[in-house]
Design a binder for this molecule. Structure first.
Ligand code: NAD
Length: 498
């Protein structure tokens, strides 16, 4: 049994005994938590060590209390130093790994989107998110002495997480944010809030036990737009980290505080006639089928040069993807989108049918009027370049394939489909001029050549992982440095040693 599991059991025993009014026996924990303050709740589980609010293990009903408790958590972390930050990072990575099967299951049960195998994997790979080792001070030395630039915390970060990867985003955000020395208060997606609260409780129990710090991570148990506003405008919250679609990005940018925004994407893939079609097909399936295409970086539409289009589609079929004919495509399109007259700026605008987001390929196939094996990972069909499946970020394991006559036309179509989100684009090619032209034209945060989308996050490509890729605000793949203030300390005319 791992130390952490033992510790969790001790915690449960301590809590039960606490409710019975008895003190737990000595637990031999490496860093026992300080005794809780007596409170008036009669051990019904409300008081925090900071004496603030009615949260339990970081889970609060009230957003203001969650922010205040996180501020108290930040001050405790500040006193305990970098060693405590490193301990928290280790705890989060270990617990995300050991609880991956259970947390993946409860997230899928709650959200009903995505795939269990990938939900589990997304938690196991939290270990790839960088920690305190990422923060190196920069030193300057010259005739006028020495200067040190340090990466220091903000205080409390307000973080908003999506329904598509609730616990993975929360866990990755904690690693980055706490490694930088901050505390964090979360407003999760209402459809993925229970699993997020479960993880926060578990993390805080272990953090308190191992470091003595309480409420370093807080969350609003039932998140609403009001709790979002309360967090964003609370004085203790110095910085926002928002992961989601266009609505929340816009809302966060209107708050008037610095916001790190990981916004929407609609990643295009261009395949030219120099590419290896077998490899391209395999990569497209790997990326577009991952968690039923819930990834913001996931391949969402393919533009392929006409002379190799049939070959690419044959390779997609050989690798297990199922091709829909035009009648089946029409049927799926009618099921997947409704076009609301007068919606938006007065023009008809397609709205994605949420019931099909993140569903298995077999479910989409049924909607298209065809039966496929449950093992089918991806459906595809040939479409025009202005098809709604090309234009909308649909997050379903179906990918439209569009023939183009030239690389220039493919780049132009990719640019239009990407909507200037500047998120992710992909090329399969062995021609460096094509690669360079696409990289320059698309101007995306991630540009992947000859690999699946996840290679851009250190999974099969070089690099590190984060589930929050700050696109409109430009911080890129977030890491501990993203959540720091750079402060300069100057010694004039002295301490230079040569
Ligand atoms: P969503 O925009 O519906 O929700 C994201 C979060 O924002 C949730 O917590 C939600 O409650 C909140 N929210 C939504 N609208 C809001 C508003 N007007 N005011 C305040 N809060 C609001 O997105 P989702 O369906 O949960 O996630 C998918 C979206 O997120 C996709 O667009 C995807 O591309 C994007 N995403 C981006 C990244 C990235 O790193 N760039 C990562 C994951 C997901």
């Amino acid at each position: 049994m791992s130390a952490i599991n033992e510790a969790l059991i001790r915690d449960v025993v301590a809590e039960v005994l606490g409710r019975l009014g008895q003190a737990p026996a000595g637990n031999g924990s490496p860093s026992p938590a300080p005794p809780r303050e007596a409170c008036a709740c009669n051990a019904s589980g409300h008081a925090t060590g900071s004496g603030i609010g009615r949260g339990k293990h970081g889970v609060f009903q009230d957003a203001k209390e969650a922010c205040e408790a996180a501020q108290a958590g930040f001050l405790q972390l500040k006193r305990k130093g970098v060693a405590a930050r490193a301990k928290v990072v280790e705890i989060v990575k270990t617990l995300a790994d050991t609880n991956a099967a259970e947390w993946g299951r409860i997230e899928l049960e709650e959200t009903q989107i995505g795939r269990l195998d990938h939900k589990i994997e997304k938690l196991k790979i939290i270990k790839l998110v960088p920690g305190v080792e990422w923060l190196h001070p920069d030193g300057l030395s010259g005739d006028h002495g020495i200067t040190l630039e340090e990466y220091t915390p903000f205080g409390v970060v307000g973080a908003i997480t999506p329904s598509t990867h609730s616990v993975p985003t929360l866990s990755g955000n904690i690693v980055n944010i706490v490694a930088a020395g901050n505390a964090v208060v979360f407003n999760a997606h209402p459809a993925a809030a229970k699993c997020a609260a479960t993880a926060v409780r578990t993390y805080n129990q272990a953090i308190t036990r191992e470091t003595g710090i309480e409420d370093l991570i807080t969350i609003v148990e039932q998140p609403t737009l009001e709790s979002f506003k309360a967090i964003c405008t609370h004085d203790a919250v110095r910085l926002l980290c928002v992961t989601g679609g266009p609505g929340v990005v816009k809302a966060a940018m209107q708050v008037g505080k610095r916001a790190i925004c990981a916004g929407p994407g609609n990643p295009p893939v261009l395949v030219d006639d120099t590419a290896c079609m077998k490899r391209a097909a395999k990569c497209i399936i790997q990326g577009a089928a991952y968690d039923n295409n819930l990834l913001c970086i996931g391949e969402k539409e393919v533009f392929v040069l006409d002379p190799v289009a049939d070959q690419l589609m044959a390779e997609l079929e050989k690798a297990g993807a199922v091709r829909l004919n035009s009648g089946q495509l029409d049927r799926l399109t009618r099921e997947a989108f409704t076009v609301k007259e007068g919606h938006g700026a007065g023009c008809p605008e397609p709205v994605v049918n949420k019931a099909l987001i993140g569903k298995d390929a077999a479910v989409l196939a049924k909607a298209a009027g065809v039966s496929v094996s449950d093992k089918t990972e991806l459906l595809f069909a040939e479409t025009a370049k202005d098809h709604v499946f090309v234009k909308e970020e649909q997050m379903m394991p179906f990918i439209p394939i569009v023939r183009v006559k030239t690389v220039e036309e493919g780049i132009e179509a990719s640019l239009a489909a990407e909507h200037n989100y500047k998120h992710t684009s992909i090329i399969h090619s062995h021609d460096v001029e094509h690669m360079t032209a696409m990289a320059r034209a698309l101007d995306t945060t991630l540009f992947i050549k000859n690999g699946p989308c996840m290679a851009g996050l250190g999974l099969g490509g070089e690099g590190y992982l984060s589930y929050s890729i700050a696109t409109p605000t430009g911080e890129g793949v977030t890491n501990p440095r993203t959540f720091t203030r750079v402060r300069r300390c100057v010694m004039v005319d002295n301490l230079r040693i040569y």
